[in-house]
Design a protein around this ligand. Sequence first.
Ligand SMILES: Nc1ncnc2c1ncn2[C@@H]1O[C@H](COP(=O)(O)OP(=O)(O)OP(=O)(O)O)[C@@H](O)[C@H]1O
Ligand SMILES: [Mg+2]
Length: 224
Amino acid sequence: MSLIEISNVTKQYNGGDEVVEALRGVDIAIEAGEFITIMGQSGSGKSTLLSILGGMNHPTSGEVAMAGVELYRLPGEKLADFRAQNLGFVFQSFHLIPYLTAIENVLLPLAIVKMKGADKNAAAKRALERVGLGNKADRLPNQLSGGEQERVAIARAIVNNPKILLADEPTGNLDSRTSDEVMALFRELNDAGQTVVMVTHNPENCRYSDRSINLRDGLVVGQN
Ligand SMILES: Nc1ncnc2c1ncn2[C@@H]1O[C@H](COP(=O)(O)OP(=O)(O)OP(=O)(O)O)[C@@H](O)[C@H]1O
Ligand SMILES: [Mg+2]
C-alpha cells in the first residue's frame, strides 16, 4: 500500500450560480520518501488537490487514504488531530504572525499537541536549526529576509515531524536565487527521508523532485 492513495477524487465548488468542476476524477499514489511536484496552469486544480490531500477540503466524491487511514471518514475532531500529527503545510505568502518571533511562529502548530513545554521549545529550536536559522530564533518576521521568512515557515511545517510535508507555491514570492536556495532545502529534507508534495507552476522547480504530476482542467494529464 502507498503512503497516500487518492482514488477517483472530484471536487465541485458552487461559484455563484455556476458549478465549478475543480477536480474531475483524480487518481494518484504517492510512496513514502517521494518528492512530488504538482504542475499545471492557473485554475487547473492544484491548490484544490493539495488542500484535499491536507485534510482541509472535503472532496465531493472519491477517497483519500493516508497511511491506511481514510481521511474524510474521520469525524471532524479526529481529522484535526490527524492533521496536527501527520501533516505540515507551507504556503506561498508564509502566513507568519508579524508580532511573534521566529521561534514563537514555529511553536504554533504544537499548540494542540500534547507535549511538555520544554520539549516543544526544543523541537522548535531543532526545526529552526534544520533550516539554518538557529541563530535567528528571536527575530520578528520583519527582521528577516524573504528567504529567511520562508525558512521559518518551513521550520513551522516540519516541527511536528510530519509524515508528509505539503507546500503550495512556496517559492512564488521569491527571486530566483532565493527560490533555488529554498528548493535545495526541500531537497535536503527529502534526502533525509521527508515525503514532500509541492505545487508549483515553475518548471525549473521540477528538477528538484523525483516525479512531476501535471494537471489540466481538473484531470491528471501526465506524470514524469
Ligand atoms: N472556494 C472556491 N469557490 C469557488 N470556486 C473555487 C474555489 N476555490 C477554487 N475555485 C475554482 O476551482 C478551480 C481550481 O482552483 P485552484 O485554486 O485549485 O487552481 P490552481 O491550479 O491552484 O490555480 P493557481 O495556479 O492560480 O493557484 C478554479 O476554476 C477556481 O476558480
Ligand atoms: Mg493555487
